[in-house]
Design a protein. Structure first.
Length: 334
């Protein structure tokens, strides 16, 4: 049997794109019975970005991908794999990967969408990394893009304050064995969590009908408290697990890039890894929870703010619907 030599894989380009339109806590105060103080204290969110009506997830996804590809010094034709984790695809089918491929002119790529909700980015990154590591793909782009505003009931104060729209992308490529790259990832699913966070209608089990629309079943349904408890435990546990599994210490970690769902959930992971505030990336105040876009955009913002340097050990960690959760350990290479 031929032995496959696995390549070291690194992030070589990043890009993000957000809509211009801001939905602030003050705006939401006019829409539902809520207030800025409650939202900030309970979630950490001050504002989020919202697309104009009719803008699908592919639009900002394509722009984020173009920017990531350019930063990697590649042309769209060089891309051979596109993976798009999204819960708000432009359409049920075809995949948003196909739509983005056409928009950016990545004519030599194959690709697919991947569904893991807020853990989508880490699951997609790992899926793409396996292909680049094995030599099946050379220049992959992983694009987290969401139009969460399309599945949010702006009359439900439990959910409408939480989510925002946007996109983040990373190009991954084989890098020298000695270069900084993605070290490892640990990922989990637990389907017993389905009942706590989902969208009831619009899938094959309950296709769209006038009744499903009248009953508001095409929106995010979340039992916040239950999800909160599981997220606190899941994110903190898996973040530490990926560090220890690789023979490293908490003190080796330079930066934690958590999924941005709630600053109180993030604080639990921060405490478990014994990190300072400076070592934890928070973008939820500006962008809310952008589901699959939250980790790549937070990572890029941290990079642009000079909070991570070449060779630094970084932990990416997520928790989301499913339940799904995971952590990725990498050495920063840009
Ligand atoms: O990213 C995917 C995974 N999702 C998550 O990780 C989200 C996890 N969950 C959470 O982040 C939190 O559970 C929420 C932010 C969604 C809610 O915070 P909470 O501290 O769990 O609040 P709660 O749902 O227990 O509600 C507390 C009170 C309730 O009033 P009563 O029953 O105590 O009188 C709510 O009705 O706060 C009320 N409330 C609000 N008040 C003002 C709920 N939403 C609002 C609101 N404004 N927007």
């Amino acid at each position: 049997m031929t032995e496959i030599k696995l390549h070291n894989v690194g992030i070589t380009g990043m890009g993000m794109s957000f809509p211009d339109k801001i939905l602030s806590n003050a705006d939401l105060e006019k829409m539902v019975d809520t207030n800025d103080q409650w939202i900030v204290e309970r979630t950490g969110i001050r504002e989020r970005r919202i697309v104009e009506k009719g803008v699908g997830a592919s639009v900002h996804g394509a722009e984020a991908a173009r920017r990531a590809i350019a930063q990697a010094g590649l042309a769209p034709e060089d891309i051979d794999l596109i993976v798009v984790p999204t819960v708000t695809p432009d359409m049920m089918f075809p995949s948003t990967a196909c739509i983005i491929q056409d928009l950016i002119g990545a004519t030599n790529a194959w690709g697919y969408d991947l569904g893991a909700a807020c853990s989508g980015y880490l699951f997609a990154l790992e899926s793409a990394r396996c292909q680049v590591a094995s030599g099946m793909a050379k220049n992959a782009v992983v694009i987290g893009t969401e139009v969460m505003s399309s599945i949010i009931d702006y009359e439900d104060r439990n959910t409408c304050i939480l989510f925002g729209d946007g996109a983040g992308a990373a190009v991954i490529q084989p890098v020298a064995d000695s270069a900084p790259g993605i070290i490892d990832s640990i990922n989990y699913i637990d389907g017993s969590g389905v009942k706590h966070l989902h969208m009831k209608a619009g899938g094959s089990q309950m296709p769209a009908s006038s009744e499903t629309v009248a009953n508001k079943l095409h929106y995010v349904y979340q039992e916040g408290g239950e999800v909160f408890k599981r997220a606190v435990r899941g994110m903190a546990d898996v973040a530490l697990q990926v560090v220890e599994k690789n023979g490293l210490k908490k003190s080796d970690v330079k930066l934690l890039v958590p999924h941005q769902a709630n600053t109180r959930i993030i604080a639990a992971a921060q405490r478990r890894l014994e990190l300072t505030d400076e070592q934890v990336v928070i973008t939820i105040d500006r962008y809310g929870n952008t589901t699959s876009a939250s980790i790549p955009t937070a990572l890029q913002i941290a990079y642009e703010e000079g909070r991570v340097e070449k060779g630094d050990l970084v932990v990416l960690v997520s928790f989301g619907a499913g339940f799904t959760w995971g952590a990725t350990l990498l050495r920063w290479g840009l």
